[in-house]
Ligand binder design. Structure first.
Ligand code: CO
Length: 134
């Protein structure tokens, strides 16, 4: 069902400093940065092998990630798996009674299509599935 790990999402309060820290301390280059207004975040993708770390900063306190930071502070926010066909995967997850946050895919970074699975279905880990743009 899942083809591999696409990225790890890390919530940060402030993106510029986090991008600089990851670049300078860990040698992970910034490959993409984008505001996802619909999700209330700005994301920065850092390259690590064939996968990415996605630094996620809230656009305001009144967003999902803003509330996450207020409640828990910065840290691991979600794990994202790569899928070939997100519509088919969502249909199969629903057939298996997996609790979804998103019944339908929405637009993610770099014109990908993404959806979130509820942490109640995944051992407490917010889980994203990603179908890359062609
Ligand atoms: Co993500």
């Amino acid at each position: 069902m899942f083809d591999g790990i696409d990225h790890l999402g890390i919530a940060v309060a402030e993106l510029d400093g986090a991008v600089a820290d990851y670049g300078e301390r860990f040698g992970m280059p910034l490959v993409h940065r984008e505001v996802l207004a619909e999700q209330g975040v700005e994301v920065a993708l850092l390259e690590i092998g064939h996968e990415h770390v996605e630094l996620v900063a809230p656009l305001s306190a009144d967003t999902t990630v803003g509330r996450f930071l207020a409640a828990r502070g910065p840290g691991l926010h979600h794990v994202a798996y790569r899928v070939a066909d997100i519509d088919a995967t969502l249909a199969e997850l629903a057939r298996r009674d997996v609790e979804l946050i998103d019944a339908r895919a929405r637009t993610g970074a770099r014109a990908s299509r993404v959806a979130f699975i509820h942490p109640r279905a995944t051992g407490g880990v917010l889980t994203e599935i990603v179908e890359s743009a062609a």
